[in-house]
Design a protein around this ligand. Structure first.
Ligand code: FES
Length: 150
């Protein structure tokens, strides 16, 4: 059965010029910690804690990998696409002769949210489809405890 997107609430997260200046902004929306990123003229929003082990993405570098902009988690260098929240990894297929390193996708691992602009103000809508994404764990109570221990 196809999942239907619920009409979510738009959260005002700041004035456009302030968020551009800040480049990275942290907001808690409906109890969820979200990172808003401004990069090369585009706003992105994603869960603030990395799906791998809860590292905070706030200071992650951004690089283009395989044609997609990715944030690199500062903790163990996992690569996450900004637009989709896809986990990328480099690997090679031993069946290939000779095996060549390529980028592969692990699928959507980090929840990304929708950013819109209205009259110079920026709004984020939490996107909860699909209903389970790995980064959800570090938004919950158990994940928060683990993050604090790390
Ligand atoms: Fe992000 Fe491990 S916590 S790569």
């Amino acid at each position: 059965m196809e999942e239907k997107e619920e009409p979510g609430r738009l959260h005002f997260v700041g004035k456009k010029d302030e968020l551009i200046k800040a480049k990275r902004s942290f907001r808690t929306l409906e109890g969820r910690d979200v990172l808003i990123i401004y990069h090369q003229g585009v706003f992105y929003a994603m869960d603030c804690y990395c799906y791998h082990a809860g590292g905070t993405l706030e200071n992650g570098d951004i690089e283009e990998i395989n044609g997609k902009l990715c944030i690199i988690c500062p903790k163990h260098k996992y690569k996450i696409t900004l637009a989709e929240g896809e986990g990328l990894y480099r690997g090679r297929n031993p069946q290939e002769k000779p095996p060549v390193f390529r980028w592969y996708s692990k699928g959507i691992k980090q929840r990304v949210h929708t950013v819109t602009e209205q009259n110079g103000e920026i709004f984020v809508k939490l996107v909860m489809i699909p209903n389970k994404v790995d980064s959800d764990y570090y938004q919950g109570e158990k994940g928060k405890v683990e993050r604090a221990k790390a």
